[in-house]
Design a protein. Structure first.
Length: 367
């Protein structure tokens, strides 16, 4: 009944070697190799530990072909070839668990309003970005801060998952369970924030295309990607904000310390600041290319310093799971499975959350 050959697929999906997975499980590399070749069969207890180490549900390792794991979600990927059947099955399982908790605590899922767009129309994207900031309740030009927390506060499901290194994220939806955005947990915060808004853009502008799997064109720029990138930058750095910050540098070189300062305050990459400066007409395409070229040479194409600190707060999923635990609607072991955390960590985190909640209530009563 065990589909043990998929162990190798999920292991490689996380970038683990056989030896590294063996270290997590307390077995030898040879044992992992034997399991993956179906020469030996892990016990039920070992299978549970394997699933936990691979951050998947055990049912994906037991008589379950990935194509048969259908939650009704419609997925979209900038590169559909990266969304393999096994990866889609793992992500669908995470989304299904999240939806289960939402229903348990009677939370209403969210889908953003559609604004269908086939071509890249910069002015229209800027207009929708302003509307979305209003929808998010963040004001016209104020920094967003933790984008993931803001989107979760609106009822969007955000799931962090160790995706392949070159993949920033995916998005999916259905009419009943709302929107889910998957983000590569291995990326830096500024990239996670941008990815979340990039995927939100696809949910707004391109939702009618989620049934269609197609890769980016080999040549030229995909108007859908231009739209999503522009939208993400416009929500993070509205036109009026970038004009206020960089108006004195029109047609001039923008110093890196200033870019870094804007990055820290607006939680956006320095490259995004430069793209926004170009889109608003503050600098030329040539100037922008030169400055990005300097950043690429100094940090590499996919990195830059300083990095933003990781946000420290409960995710929406954690909060909902803790509510279900308090209401005795799920067990701690089920909560640990849904959160992908050790049993003891879930129990300790719940105790801390309850202590903080009680402290806040006491302060409110005293005031």
């Amino acid at each position: 009944m065990q589909n043990v050959k998929s162990i190798q697929i999920y292991r490689e999906q996380l970038g683990l070697s056989q030896a590294e997975l063996g270290d997590r499980l307390g077995v030898t590399r040879q044992t992992i190799a034997a399991w993956e070749k179906a020469e030996r069969e892990p016990s039920v207890a070992q299978l549970m530990r394997i699933a936990k180490a691979l951050n998947i549900g055990i049912d994906l390792l037991i008589d379950r072909e990935p194509d048969n794991f259908d939650t009704g979600l419609l997925f979209r990927a900038d590169r559909p070839s990266a969304l393999t059947p096994h990866l889609q099955a793992a992500l669908s399982q995470k989304a299904s668990n999240y939806e289960f908790i939402e229903q348990l605590v009677r939370e209403i899922p969210t889908l953003p309003a559609m604004r269908p767009l086939k071509e890249y129309m910069p002015d229209f994207v800027e207009e929708v970005a302003r509307e979305v900031r209003h929808w998010l309740g963040v004001g016209e030009i104020s920094p967003l801060g933790d984008v993931l927390a803001i989107l979760e506060a609106k009822g969007l499901k955000i799931i962090l998952y160790p995706l392949p290194g070159e993949v920033s994220g995916f998005s999916a939806y259905n009419e009943d369970s709302g929107a889910t955005i998957f983000i590569n947990t291995n990326h830096y915060p500024e990239r996670k924030f941008f990815t979340a808004l990039h995927e939100l853009a696809h949910l707004i502008f391109h939702r009618q295309e989620y049934r269609i799997a197609r890769d980016l064109p080999v040549k030229g720029t995909d108007p859908r990607e231009s739209t999503a990138n522009h939208f993400a930058g416009a929500v993070m750095l509205p036109a009026d904000a970038i004009k206020r910050e960089l108006g004195a540098y029109r047609d001039r070189w923008i110093p890196e310390p200033l870019l870094a300062d804007i990055k820290k305050r607006y939680a956006v990459s320095m490259r995004t600041v430069l793209y926004r400066a170009l889109q608003i007409g503050l600098i030329s395409k040539k100037r922008q290319g030169q400055q990005i070229g300097i950043l690429n040479k100094k940090y590499g194409k996919d990195d830059e310093l300083p990095h933003l600190p990781e946000p420290e707060h409960l995710t929406r999923l954690e909060r909902l799971v803790y509510q279900a635990l308090i209401n005795e609607e799920i067990t701690t072991s089920r909560a640990a499975e849904i959160l992908g955390q050790p049993f003891v960590e879930v129990r300790n985190s719940l105790s801390k959350w309850l202590a903080v909640t009680e402290s806040c209530r006491s302060e409110e009563i005293e005031s």
